[in-house]
Design a protein around this ligand. Sequence first.
Ligand code: ADP
Ligand code: MG
Length: 279
Amino acid sequence: MNASPTKGLVARNLVQTYATGRRLFGPAETFRAVDGASFEIAEGETLGIVGESGSGKSTLGRMVAGIEAPTSGSISFWGETYAPVGSAAWRRQRRQVQVVFQNPAAVVDPRWTIHAQVREALTTHENLSRSEADDRAQDMLALVGLGNMGQRLPHQLSGGQLQRAVIARALVLHPRLVICDEAVSALDVSVQAQIVNLLLELRERLKLSLMFISHDLSVVRHISHRVGVMHAGRLLEIGDARTLFAAPRHDYTRRLLAAIPADTPRQRRQRDLTTFAGS
Ligand SMILES: Nc1ncnc2c1ncn2[C@@H]1O[C@H](COP(=O)(O)OP(=O)(O)O)[C@@H](O)[C@H]1O
Ligand SMILES: [Mg+2]
């Protein structure tokens, strides 16, 4: 899928630089958080992004989400180039890409029921009657397993339930692509497995593309079709998940892999069975 597939995202040579220090004379010093990343995400595909802290994963995610424009490089989304940040076209495009971050409590309003928050996401973007919006919010809450919890306030939910609510709020807009940036990293391992299984289910049902960013390779291996390895702002290698984990090409990837607990195939199967059993 080299020649610009219409159905999917194509990122070319993405660079993001940030100003680091002020200097009295001469140009400000800059730092390249992402340094020339190119990749595709096909419709229905999950691209995992791994790499240690500070390697540029979140910066890459923010550019793909359209939250910040790249310093250079381009993104084409289902055949359409990203519009300038803040423009009307950008607002329309932004709906098609939703992001789920690590800490759900930070992105919900503590005073509103979760049903109201899911409905609000919808009515902000679509012209719906109150009852239509109510129904769609309720259907989405049911889909993420919170069908009977819509009237709760955020503090009445567990971390995992709150992340489900945030996922419902993101998906109610029918995005094409969902970026999960360390979306399960703060949760207990058993809850992580539930959320990952939920994402797998929703991905199939809604034909979603996913960009799954995590420093936790065992979770990424489980959910991704392909995986990209970030190091110091560069995408060192990218490839089919099974191949990459079985035969990493870069030393850096090998070292990352070596840090995963339970390395033998047998232990791995065992762990995947216990961690990711059922749905
Ligand atoms: N807004 C910003 N201003 C300056 N530096 C930033 C900014 N955002 C990220 N960085 C720097 O860019 C690098 C990559 O950060 P980030 O994308 O958050 O990495 P990761 O998500 O892999 O941990 C880090 O060194 C970070 O300090
Ligand atoms: Mg990050």
